[in-house]
Design a protein around this ligand. Sequence first.
Ligand SMILES: NC(=O)c1ccc[n+]([C@@H]2O[C@H](COP(=O)([O-])OP(=O)(O)OC[C@H]3O[C@@H](n4cnc5c(N)ncnc54)[C@H](OP(=O)(O)O)[C@@H]3O)[C@@H](O)[C@H]2O)c1
Length: 217
Amino acid sequence: MDQFSVAIVGGTGNLGSALALRLGAPGVKLIIGSRDAEKAKNAVATLAPKLRAGEMLGTTNQEAVKGADFVVIAVPYEGHAQMVGDLKGQLAGKIVIDTVVPLNKVKPFVPAAGSALQEAQQLLGSEAPVIGALHNISAVDLGDVDSPLGDVLVCGDDNAAKQKVMEIIQRIGANAYDGGPASNAYVIEGLTGVIISLNRKYKSKHGSIKITGIVNH
Ligand SMILES: NC(=O)c1ccc[n+]([C@@H]2O[C@H](COP(=O)([O-])OP(=O)(O)OC[C@H]3O[C@@H](n4cnc5c(N)ncnc54)[C@H](OP(=O)(O)O)[C@@H]3O)[C@@H](O)[C@H]2O)c1
């Protein structure tokens, strides 16, 4: 994967903006999406001076998705189903990376579909594979491009798409592990609720996960 483009739906937010800075590298075209094109352009104006390399554009979520190979969904769970449904036509043929954690304020819950990932996959059907990733990484660490990152569990039912997403995760400086099928997503998504509790308890903004005991990684 030498040259590829990544659209970030909700790219004006904490996770999306931080991820954009990490992804900035030669050959990566980044498109920051927003419900409001002006907001996306303003986000790009703020982020661009901090971008080490690469190209970054800002536009509406709909336009952002059209020009991308990979699409990261980085909106709060409240807007997840509607956003994926609204973008369905444009998402066909792309690889969708779902970062969304179903949270009620800070409490995790399991949505009717089984997980946010499965909800997106049900909405998209066979038009686009949905791969879950980055749920357990702090946006604060992601945005500080020199800081070490925790491990990333990547899950989903399309193995070829999952492999490509794992390559992207490695590229941003984190260890990617195959976290299994989409049916594992609720555990990985829900773990973020535990990390939020840990951060609160221990007054941190950097809680994450580390996998141990896997030798052939
Ligand atoms: N923050 C983290 O550390 C972190 C870590 C792991 C996973 N996540 C997950 O990543 C996702 C984004 O988190 P975040 O902290 O970046 O959220 P955020 O900053 O609150 O929101 C991200 C962006 O989503 C858009 N948005 C807000 N409400 C929306 C709605 N109802 N419908 C559609 N779009 C909406 C907004 O963009 P526009 O107004 O420009 O459209 C906003 O800038 C969440 O699902 C979260 O669970 C976050």
